[in-house]
Design a protein around this ligand. Structure first.
Ligand code: SF4
Ligand code: SF4
Length: 433
């Protein structure tokens, strides 16, 4: 039986001659020592006649090479389509659409407030009416600031936990919060409500954070948020925290000292990771645009920051997850994933809340009443020639940002991390040797 280099595999030769191999369908990554590089290059170019030796066996086992008689693209597409259409349900719920912060780069208009009791009842009924068809059920709490309506989070979570137990299906939940109200008591309460994945934003050193993320009154927020994260770390329980850092060119200049402080407090704790996000000039007309990144020049800065956090002992797992199948697929393209606003509106994307193409309908009488034509626009893509031969296709599936695809007349953008994922693995694998 002969094997060829999988069309979902790619490789790169590092500066020292080692080879990094990646495969987006198997989610595999490997570093090959430079001594073996000529042998591996020969296999990549010419294939292998059989499981010729132990190396060949390992490369096949991890999906880098595939039986040449298999129509790989057809098989993988079938599997990924099945997984996508049969995935469990995820509801992103906005219990409050206002916020106690006024971040300088925020895109929300705060036109709506706390979720009404009627919408809370509608959501409970919707879950009751549909949960039996779902293989699993998850929720993401989002806003505005979701902890402004902790009572709604509490009431709905209890209902979801009880419904899931009754149906014997798995339930999980996470929250995106500015962290201001996340005291130790609130943290424990959220964990009791099975909310065990947190994304909290801290925009670097206190001076920068306080400029970018003030309260409505203009008051500073850094000390309180940092203290709350430290208190969360003091809870003896299993959970994960991603500290999200939105950065500009100016904020990266002073970031080293701050990262050292962060690493002193959190690197021994595997529950914590850091994730960097450039604030792009295309989105920000009011900010000082000379400090903002263009989409093109931001990625290199992300890798530099990631390397620094890795050197300080943080895990890059949050970034390396992108290599797995579906790893770059946006939830807005998933048939069972919806965003529910505080007024009962049903959306696909959490960014374009005022875009009429994003509002699919409403929740009425315990069911979604949706415009299916609009829904399909978010979920279906016409696969372009470039995607049909792309090694990253299993991770992206031409669905990394359906909003951008719609805006671009059906042409999907490639994920921003496509070119850099090899660099990320180079750092991750080298540091784990
Ligand atoms: S569709 Fe695009 S903008 Fe909207 S949530 Fe997905 S990735 Fe973000
Ligand atoms: S959009 Fe880009 S990364 Fe995604 S499958 Fe197509 S070519 Fe590959």
């Amino acid at each position: 039986m002969a094997f060829v280099f999988s069309s979902y595999s790619t490789y790169s030769v590092a500066n020292n001659g080692d080879i990094i191999l990646l495969n987006s369908f198997a989610g595999s990554a490997a570093k090959i020592d430079k001594k073996q590089a000529p042998e591996i290059m020969k296999l990549i170019q010419g294939g292998m006649r059989d499981r010729e030796n132990k190396t060949c066996d390992v490369l096949i086992k991890h999906g880098f090479f595939i039986d040449e008689s298999i129509d790989e693209r057809k098989l993988v597409k079938k599997i990924l389509d099945f997984e996508r259409t049969n995935a469990g349900a995820n509801l992103t719920i906005m219990p409050h659409e206002n916020c106690n912060f006024r971040c300088t780069y925020c895109y929300e208009d705060f036109a709506r407030n706390k979720m009404t009791n009627e919408v809370v009842s509608e959501i409970k009924n919707y879950v009751k009416n549909n949960i039996a068809q779902w293989p699993y059920f998850s929720t993401s709490w989002f806003g505005g600031e979701p902890l402004l309506a902790l009572d709604v989070v509490d009431e709905l979570s209890r209902e979801f936990i009880s419904q899931s137990e009754r149906q014997a299906i798995e339930y999980s939940s996470g929250i995106t919060t500015n962290g201001f109200f996340l005291t130790k008591t609130v943290g424990k309460k959220l964990l009791d409500l099975e909310i065990d994945s947190f994304q909290i934003t801290l925009d670097g050193p206190s001076k920068i954070h306080n400029q970018q993320r003030p309260l409505i009154s203009g008051r500073e927020t850094y000390d309180k948020v940092y203290r709350n994260i430290l208190e969360l770390a003091g809870i003896d329980s299993e959970f994960s925290v991603v500290i999200r850092v939105n950065f500009t060119k100016q904020s990266t200049q002073d970031v080293d000292l701050w990262l050292k402080r962060l690493s002193k407090d959190f690197t021994g704790d595997k529950r914590f990771s850091v994730s960097f996000h450039p604030i792009w000039s295309v989105c920000q007309s009011s900010n000082n645009s000379s400090e903002l990144y263009s989409i093109e020049d931001s990625e290199q800065s992300v890798y530099e920051l990631m390397k620094r956090t890795k050197e300080l002992g943080f895990s890059l797992k949050h970034h390396t997850n992108a290599l797995a199948p579906h790893g770059n697929v946006c939830y807005a393209s998933m048939p069972n994933e919806f965003v529910i606003g505080s007024d009962g509106s049903v959306y696909k994307c959490t960014v374009a809340l005022n875009d009429r193409r994003n509002k699919l309908g409403n929740i009425i009488n315990g069911q979604f009443e949706l415009d299916n034509e609009l829904k399909n626009q978010w979920e279906e893509v016409e696969e372009l020639q470039q995607c049909q031969t792309c090694w990253y296709q299993a991770s992206c599936q031409s669905r990394c940002c359906p909003l951008a695809t719609i805006n671009n007349n059906g042409f999907p953008p490639c994920p921003a991390n496509k070119d850099g994922i090899i660099e990320i693995y180079n750092t991750e694998i080298s540091s784990n040797d």
